[in-house]
Design a protein around this ligand. Structure first.
Ligand code: ATP
Length: 369
């Protein structure tokens, strides 16, 4: 039943030879001997795997005809250390379940490498190991357009570009420029030449953009919906698994009183020098959460620090992790989502710009000491 591999599938012989190049038998043999196997690699947290991922995998498979395609769930994304993920084994199991259709995903394998390795998951390290384990292969690291802008924050991203080609797919909400000047600065620096959708990198690898029939779904949206008891069957093939195994439910039970938890988080913000900290009970008005805390940081760094302090204290005192944390990168408006409580931390003037408190005009304010 399983297609999980630490190593790789045994059946890796190429099924294809290109007739164009089959002029002489001897030459074909030589070519067969030297042909590099094309390996697609798709990393991520897969918390949980969803139809956006499957759409990407299927489109990439048919567009690029990989010999093998590895889906590699990360143990811990180094850029998201403060958010909890479903445990690794569950994320693996869900990925296997979603990819178990042998016809659709015949040469797709879920690799356990990063989860088994534990700790922070660095793609450069995973690639380094794969390239030495699998000589004679050409690697293609696939990712959605959202990752393109932050790729230079990945550890050893230049090393990655020397070990693997890059494939970038479209993703709703993330524009892809078709001219070199519109691409992120790090990529412009790495390009030798570019003619959309293909670029040649200075490492002699390539970058290629692939358009999907986009499916607008994210794992964080699924986690949020499950948390609020909404159906996610249209978003992920593992909806039943999530319910049966209560994958995103246990956190709820750790907090008896979210009003007190809101006050706790507000106090952390006040103690760390946040300005104008307010907490609201939203139960009388229609809002996605029952409570909210809003605070202002004096710089992007302070804003980020406030969110990290709250997440750390919440974890240490209640063993609870946010369902998601959005906006940490720019730290203009960071949203820390604990399901029944959502915390907004703004950088200075940005709070006035959005006037988010207007939304809570009918809510009652929670007194903070
Ligand atoms: P989260 O909402 O928690 O950030 P996610 O939905 O982005 O999660 P990941 O597991 O972080 O999922 O993503 C793994 C890879 O899949 C990334 O390269 C990401 O860009 C890509 N991806 C995720 N969702 C989509 C989608 N709807 N369309 C195309 N690519 C996607």
């Amino acid at each position: 039943m399983r297609k999980t591999n630490k190593t790789t599938s045994k059946n890796t012989k190429s099924k294809k030879t290109t007739s164009k190049r089959v002029a002489k038998g001897a030459k074909t043999k030589a070519q067969r001997r030297t042909r590099l196997k094309k390996i697609g690699i798709f990393g991520g947290t897969f918390d949980p795997i969803h139809y956006g991922h499957l759409n990407s995998i299927e489109t990439l498979q048919s567009a690029l005809k990989f010999d093998e395609f590895f889906v590699i769930p990360a143990n811990q994304n180094p850029l998201r250390v403060n958010s909890r993920t479903a445990i690794g084994d569950q994320r693996l199991e869900m990925a296997q379940l979603a990819l178990s259709d042998q016809e659709r995903f015949s040469n797709v394998h879920v690799l356990t490498d990063e989860i088994e390795r534990g700790g922070l998951s660095y793609t450069a390290e995973t690639l380094r190991r794969l390239t030495s384990r699998l000589p004679g292969c050409e690697f293609y690291l696939c990712m959605g357009a959202d990752q393109l802008n932050v790729f230079d924050r990945w550890r050893d991203y230049r090393k990655i570009l020397s070990l693997s080609n890059l494939i970038i797919t479209t993703r709703p909400g993330h524009e892809i420029a078709t001219s070199k000047s519109g691409l992120p600065a790090w990529l412009q620096d790495e390009l030798k030449s570019f003619r959309y959708p293909i670029g040649k990198l200075k490492t002699n690898k390539t970058i290629r953009f692939v358009s999907l029939n986009d499916i607008d779904v994210s794992a964080s949206e699924i986690r949020r919906k499950v948390r609020h008891g909404e159906s996610v069957e249209h978003l992920t093939p593992v909806a039943n698994y999530l319910v049966e195994h209560k994958v995103y439910a246990p956190e709820d039970r750790k907090i008896d009183d979210y009003r007190e938890f809101a006050k706790f988080c507000a106090k952390i913000a006040i103690d760390r020098g946040a300005l104008n900290v307010q907490a609201y009970d939203l139960r009388q008005i229609a809002q996605p959460s029952e409570f909210t805390v809003v605070a202002t940081g004096t710089s992007a760094r302070h804003t980020r620090g406030l969110c990290e302090s709250i997440a750390k204290e919440a974890r240490d005192n209640f063993d609870i992790f946010p369902l998601s944390t959005e906006g940490l990168q720019e730290s203009r408006w960071v949203i820390v989502d604990y399901g029944h409580l959502i915390i907004h931390v703004f950088f200075d003037y940005v709070r006035n710009e959005y006037r988010i408190e207007d939304l809570w005009a009918g809510a009652s304010r929670i007194e903070l000491k």
